[in-house]
Design a protein around this ligand. Structure first.
Ligand SMILES: *Cc1c(COP(=O)(O)O)cnc(C)c1O
Length: 240
């Protein structure tokens, strides 16, 4: 029985993955960009470790999670199965979770305060990682701090702090398109900020933008990473 179920789920994920990959290839072609410039991050939040393993078997290399409570156990199960993936933490993160996240995450995409930078740096140094923890600064595109992300000059304060941290590496930016605005316009603003950041910090070239509903707009405006949940795994039951 389990075997039958797994095969069904594998086929479903394979078909969804192919569609998402085709969307990425088409969007890159339309933007005149080589498709290998865009990395697919499968956002597996609310879905089990078995799905993560199936996606890994289908060639997915990067996965995203937004809650430490769920992600730490899933990452442990995947590791126990002998599968190595790049884990991206994409949710709002409390400082008291920095140590836990640091134990499995390769990238924390949702950094938007100096206090979080300090906590992550301390955790990364204490963990004596092989490589620094990669950090993306989350940019608010709607000016609403409740939805996460830095506003205005905080971008420079936070990114400079990451860049000068011993345990962290500044990878670039992350953003979520605002509700109720054309995502293309918002991602154009993000591209502008990303250009400025890459001048100040030449290694910080990652632009994580675009989800199931707006990956084409994100790729048109320079996204290097798209974070796809629903189109790959299906509708989530919760609002997360
Ligand atoms: C859930 C989530 C995604 C994936 O969204 P979908 O619309 O399901 O593709 C991407 N980024 C973040 C930060 C998320 O929380």
């Amino acid at each position: 029985m389990t075997q039958v179920f797994d095969e069904g789920r594998r086929a479903e994920l394979a078909a969804n993955l192919q569609q998402v990959r085709e969307r990425i290839v088409r969007a890159c072609a339309a933007a005149g960009r080589p498709p290998d410039e865009v990395t697919l991050t499968a956002v597996t939040k609310t879905y089990p470790a078995s799905d993560v393993l199936l996606l890994a078997g289908l060639g997915v290399t990067d996965v995203g999670e937004n809650r430490d409570q769920d992600a730490s156990g899933k990452a442990a199960q995947v590791r126990a199965a002998g599968v190595r993936l790049r884990w991206h933490f994409v949710g709002q993160l409390q400082r008291n979770k920095a140590k836990s996240v640091c134990a499995y995450a390769d990238v924390v995409e949702s950094v938007d305060s100096l206090r979080l930078v300090t906590a992550l740096d301390r955790a990364a140094v204490a963990a004596a990682r092989d490589e620094p923890l990669e950090v993306l600064v989350q940019v608010s595109l709607d000016g609403d701090p409740a939805r996460g992300g830095v506003i205005g000059d905080d971008l420079w304060r936070v990114s400079d702090a990451v860049a000068s941290s011993e345990g962290l590496r500044l990878g670039g930016l992350m953003a979520v398109a605002p509700l109720g605005e054309d995502p293309g316009r918002a991602f154009a603003r993000l591209a502008d900020v990303a250009g400025q950041l890459a001048v100040a910090h030449p290694g910080a070239t990652t632009v994580s933008a675009g989800m199931s509903g707006d990956l084409e707009a994100a790729i048109r405006h320079g996204a290097t990473h798209v974070r796809i949940g629903t189109s790959l795994l299906g509708m989530r039951n919760s609002l997360r």
